[in-house]
Design a protein around this ligand. Structure first.
Ligand SMILES: Cc1cc2nc3c(=O)[nH]c(=O)nc-3n(C[C@H](O)[C@H](O)[C@H](O)COP(=O)(O)OP(=O)(O)OC[C@H]3O[C@@H](n4cnc5c(N)ncnc54)[C@H](O)[C@@H]3O)c2cc1C
Length: 338
């Protein structure tokens, strides 16, 4: 059954799709193939050459810029109206978001405006003569629920970020990208349409000391090879560098950090850009929680420690020798009073 068009709503933080956005484009390429449908990406700001290459790399045939939509980033209800205005001019189809902050906000708004079917956190899609089967986990993720959309009108979906992989299929056609624009209604018109909308007044980066470790960008992890003085030095280092502090189970057991700072299979599974371990042996229980770290750097005095085969870079060194020197350098570089 050929489906209607597929629209992938892609955010462009810092001008291009991030890992989640790329995952969503990869998802769009696969889903459009499965549905044998045309597809395009919807974006809220202009694409430079580099960003265009990213889209083309995922075989995106067409990008529609919702022009001036960025003016409504602080008023999600109006942004929802912009999208609905665009969608109302289409024949129908599937509009997909990542299940992140933007997707969770816009998907229900859009579905309400369009009188569309809404299925959130879709983890599997398949087709039959009855329509499109969409599966999701419910009841605290204990039950798999499947819904059928009869492929009429619009369907709005969100896809869990954890289900999005930025890997592009080798079979994805590298297309020449078509870019067009949808002119959003004048602000006054939207203000009339949603006079009571809430307005976002502040956005600040999360505090690395309190951010959920699962979302932390850079983590320094303290292992049992550190004594309490080392732990204090590493805490200061994290404060000065704006990185997050994690611990292994024995360090948690010592009471130096709360449970939410413990990394590993029992603790938090993390996916930082950089994960640096100090005096961590690399047990399977710990390493099991850091598989998705992009880069792992390990410091351990034992060259045979099992953390090393799991690390991208390893330093055989005594933390008690290197930490004071490292801290001194960072204090000098940062003025030491962050
Ligand atoms: C069911 C179960 C669940 C578990 N879940 C978790 C979990 O979620 N997270 C977790 O972390 N653990 C977990 N554990 C514990 C886990 O098995 C390990 O015991 C733990 O990860 C080891 O922590 P560590 O590396 O800090 O300590 P150790 O294994 O004691 O390693 C210390 C390391 O420090 C090095 N070292 C010593 N002195 C220095 C120095 N001066 N300079 C540099 N290096 C030095 C040593 O060479 C050694 O490799 C779990 C265990 C069980 C049974």
């Amino acid at each position: 059954m050929a489906a209607n068009e597929l629209f992938i709503v892609t955010e462009l933080p810092e001008g291009r799709p991030d890992r989640t956005g790329q995952g969503l484009l990869s998802y769009g390429a696969r889903l459009s193939k499965m549905l044998d449908s045309s597809w395009r990406a919807l974006v809220f700001s202009d694409l430079d050459q580099d960003a265009q290459q990213v889209f083309a790399g995922y075989g995106v045939p067409e990008v529609t810029l919702l022009k001036d939509a960025e003016h409504y980033f602080d008023t999600p209800q109006r942004l929802g109206r912009v999208l609905a205005g665009f969608a109302a001019e289409q024949k129908g189809g599937i509009i997909a978001f990542a299940h992140n902050d933007l997707g969770c906000t816009l998907a229900p708004l859009l579905a309400a405006h369009l009188d569309a079917a809404l299925v959130t956190e879709v983890n599997a899609v398949s087709c039959s003569d009855q329509g499109l089967h969409l599966s999701r986990r419910v009841m605290g993720r204990r039950i798999d629920e499947t819904r059928i959309w009869p492929q009429r009108g619009f369907l709005v979906i969100t896809v869990p970020v954890s289900a999005l992989s930025p890997v592009s299929l080798p079979t994805d056609a590298k297309t020449s990208l078509r870019i067009n624009a949808y002119i959003t209604p004048a602000e006054a018109q939207l203000a009339d349409a949603a006079p009571n909308c809430s307005v976002i007044v502040e956005r600040i980066p999360p505090d690395p000391r309190t951010v959920d470790l699962a979302d932390a960008e850079v983590i320094f992890c303290v292992g049992k090879g550190c004594d309490h003085a080392d732990f204090k030095q590493l805490s200061e280092l994290c404060r000065l560098l704006g990185t997050s502090l994690g611990v292994t189970r024995p360090v948690y057991d010592l009471g130096w950090a709360d449970f939410d700072r413990m990394v590993g299979r029992t603790g938090r599974c993390v996916k930082p850009r950089l994960y640096v371990t100090f005096g961590v042996s690399g047990s399977m229980h710990h390493v099991g929680g850091i598989q998705e770290a992009q880069q792992i750097v390990a410091v351990n005095s034992d060259a045979k420690a099992s953390i090393f085969p799991n690390a991208d870079q390893g330093f055989v060194a005594d933390v008690q020798e290197i930490l004071p020197r490292l801290l001194e350098k960072v204090r000098t570089a940062t003025g030491g009073n962050k």
